[in-house]
Design a binder for this molecule. Structure first.
Ligand SMILES: [Zn+2]
Ligand SMILES: [Zn+2]
Length: 321
């Protein structure tokens, strides 16, 4: 086998057949790979977990955390990503304007990417940050049984156990509980470091700033669909017009809101600002059902249960002031 090959376990938290999966996984990288574990330099975290969750696992302390599209179909390419940046001192991913990023024309090789993943200090590239889904949007964030209409929060699982009250089989345990069970430390939200770039995009760092930061995004087409009252045709039309002017990542991460206002209207500028401030509303996914993201708060009617469910939908991380 070529020594340059890299093996990166992917979507490590997915319940079915993943490294740390609740249904068939292992309890550790060591258990899975034996004494070949030293060749596992990085893991790919999947859509249902974000770096914060993975920073709590001791075995991942010295391994790179990677994200990738898990595309399954063309339009989903880039819904998550790992951003590699030059190691040269003057390159700070937070300071980069869109022009500087677009004009970067240094060439890199496979070996440079390998070096970045291995965290080789003499490499030409390093991981700058990762682009993430809000993990609640993933299909396996909370626990439950889709067919039995049972959906448990992480606390519900602790309180009620892992057996389905309807069919009496074991529930599909979501990533949040999986991580709780394996965590060697708990990182609370108030300890995270939040640093914004000049466009107001929040980069989330671990408390000691030892790890690579991340941003959480909602795909532009999803944003446009919500703004256009669910009309997929209108959203796609606007999407195609916008990405002709600037790339999707440029619009979501780096373009000043004033410019987005000019390009795509006030509502889009507002939506992107809300995402950059991490103030979206999410109904978490479970047992194979994707979570849903809402950028604008839905008007709450007089129905009381509706009101509590909207409050519950706002994960603690978004209560940033
Ligand atoms: Zn997949
Ligand atoms: Zn059931």
């Amino acid at each position: 086998i070529d020594e340059k090959c890299l093996l990166i376990p992917a979507h490590i938290w997915t319940p079915w057949f993943a490294l740390f999966g609740s249904k068939s996984g292992f309890t550790s990288i060591k258990e899975c790979f034996g004494n070949l574990d030293k060749y596992i330099y990085g893991v790919e975290t999947g859509l249902s977990s974000d770096p914060i969750m993975n920073w709590q696992i001791a075995e991942l302390d010295n391994r790179s955390i990677l994200s990738s599209s898990d595309a399954h179909s063309g339009p989903k390419i880039g819904r998550e990503a790992t951003v590699f940046v030059p190691t040269m001192k003057q390159f700070n991913p937070l300071r980069q304007s869109s022009n500087e990023v677009n004009n970067l024309t240094i060439s890199f090789t496979y070996q440079d990417i390998v070096d970045a993943i291995k965290q080789n200090p003499n490499g030409k590239l390093k991981i700058g940050y990762t682009i993430e889904f809000f993990p609640e949007e993933g299909k396996y964030h909370w626990s439950g049984h889709r067919a039995c209409n049972i959906k448990y929060t992480p606390d519900d699982v602790v309180k009620n156990g892992k057996t389905c009250p309807v069919c009496h089989q074991t529930l599909t345990i979501g990533v949040e509980n999986q991580i709780r069970d394996r965590s060697t430390r708990i990182i609370t939200v108030d300890k995270l470091r939040l640093i914004k770039n000049s466009a107001g995009m929040t980069f989330v760092y671990d408390p000691e700033k030892k790890r690579r930061p991340f941003v959480s995004l909602v795909p532009l087409l999803e944003v446009l669909t919500e703004i256009n009252e669910g009309s997929a045709t209108k959203a796609l039309e606007k999407y195609n017009r916008l990405v002709n002017i600037a790339s999707e990542f440029d619009i979501l991460l780096r373009k000043p809101c004033a410019e987005i206002n000019t390009l795509g209207g006030e509502k889009l500028a507002q939506a992107i600002q809300i995402i950059r401030n991490r103030k979206v509303y999410i109904n978490p996914g479970y047992d194979g059902v994707f979570g849903t993201v809402k950028i604008f708060n839905e008007p709450v009617d007089s129905n009381k249960t509706e009101l509590t469910s909207v409050e519950e939908k706002q994960p603690t991380l978004f209560k940033l002031t």
